[in-house]
Design a protein around this ligand. Structure first.
Ligand code: PEP
Ligand code: MN
Length: 264
C-alpha cells in the first residue's frame, strides 16, 4: 500500500484548509516540548506570525535517560490544543504508546511517531485503526525498506493518512547529532506516494545548520519541514535548545523558503 507501484498518484492529506503532499510546502514549527501554557501560547503566536501552518510540541517525550524531563503529559495536550485553536494553527504531537493514541488524537490534528518507536508495531497497528494523520519518523538506523514497512503497518490497518519524515540517521560522524539523509527525500518519493517531510533540527542537532538544511530539503523536493523553535532555547526543558531556532531566525527562514517554493 505504501508503494508507488500500487498507487501512482501522490497522496495529498487534507486537514482543514492545509494540504500536505500537494504543490505547496507545509511548515511545522514549535518547541521540542510543551512546557507551560504561557510558553506554548507565545510560541504559537510567533509560529503563526511567521506564516507557518502547524504548531509542533511534545507532551510525551521519549528521553534517552529515565531521569530526564519526560514531558508534561495530558496537560500539555490541552495547553497545545488551546494555543493552536487561539492562533489558528493545526497541531502535531508525539504519541509513544497504543494506550495514549485516543487521547492524543482527541487533542491534536496530527500524531507523530518518534524515531525510537518507528518499529513499535503495537503502536503502528493502533494508529491504523484511526483516521488521524500520522507523521512517521524514520528510525535512526532504519533502511528505506524498513521505514516503508513501518508505514505499511498503519496503512494496512486502514489509515491512509501517513506522511514520512526523514530526521537523520546515525553515522560515524559526531559533529552533527545525526546525519540528515537528503537523498531519502527523492528516494522515498520515488518508492512511495506518501508525502515526505524533513526534520533539519534533529537531523543536524545544531541551530546554525537548520537554515541551510531546510533549504536543501526543499531543493530536494520535501513536501514540508518540521522545525524546532523556542523563545528561550538556552533554558528549554529538553536538551534540544541547541538545535532550536530563535523566533527571528524562524521568521527569516520562512521568508527565505517562500522564494524557493509556494507555502500553504
Ligand atoms: C522530537 O520531534 O522532538 C523528537 C523526539 O524527534 P525524534 O523522534 O526524531 O528524535
Ligand atoms: Mn526534539
Amino acid at each position: 500500500l505504501a508503494s508507488r507501484d500500487f498507487h501512482p498518484d501522490n497522496t495529498v492529506i487534507k486537514i482543514k484548509d492545509v494540504e500536505i503532499g500537494g504543490e505547496q510546502l507545509v511548515i511545522m514549527g514549535g518547541p521540542c516540548a510543551v512546557e507551560s501554557p504561557e510558553q506554548i501560547d507565545e510560541i504559537a503566536r510567533l509560529v503563526k506570525a511567521a506564516g507557518a501552518q502547524v504548531l509542533r510540541g511534545g507532551a510525551f517525550k521519549p528521553r534517552t535517560g529515565p531521569y530526564s524531563f519526560q514531558g508534561v503529559g495530558v496537560e500539555g495536550l490541552v495547553m497545545m490544543a488551546e494555543a493552536g485553536k487561539k492562533h489558528g494553527l493545526l497541531t502535531i504531537t508525539e504519541v509513544m504508546t497504543p494506550e495514549y493514541v485516543d487521547v492524543c488524537a482527541e487533542y491534536a490534528d496530527i500524531l507523530q511517531v518518534g524515531t525510537r518507536n518507528m518499529q513499535n508495531f503495537d503502536l503502528l497497528r493502533k494508529l491504523g485503526t484511526i483516521q488521524t494523520p500520522v507523521l512517521l519518523k524514520r528510525g535512526f538506523s532504519s533502511t528505506y525498506d524498513e521505514f516503508l514497512n513501518a508505514a505499511e503497518y498503519i496503512l494496512a490497518g486502514g489509515n491512509p493518512n501517513v506522511m514520512l519524515c526523514e530526521r537523520g540517521i546515525r553515522t560515524f560522524e559526531s559533529y552533527t547529532r545525526n546525519t540528515l539523509d537528503l537523498a531519502a527525500i527523492p528516494a522515498l518519493q520515488t518508492l512511495s506516494h506518501l508525502p515526505v517531510i524533513s526534520d533539519p533540527s534533529h537531523g543536524t542537532g545544531r541551530r546554525e545548520l537548520v537554515e541551510p538544511m531546510s533549504k536543501a530539503s526543499v531543493a530536494a523536493g520535501a513536501n514540508g519541514l518540521i522545525v524546532e523553535m523556542h523563545t528561550d532555547p538556552d533554558n528549554s526543558m529538553t536538551g534540544d535548545g541547541v538545535q532550536s531556532l530563535f523566533p527571528e531566525q524562524f521568521a527569516q527562514l520562512m521568508v527565505d523558503l517562500e522564494k524557493l517554493a509556494p507555502l500553504c
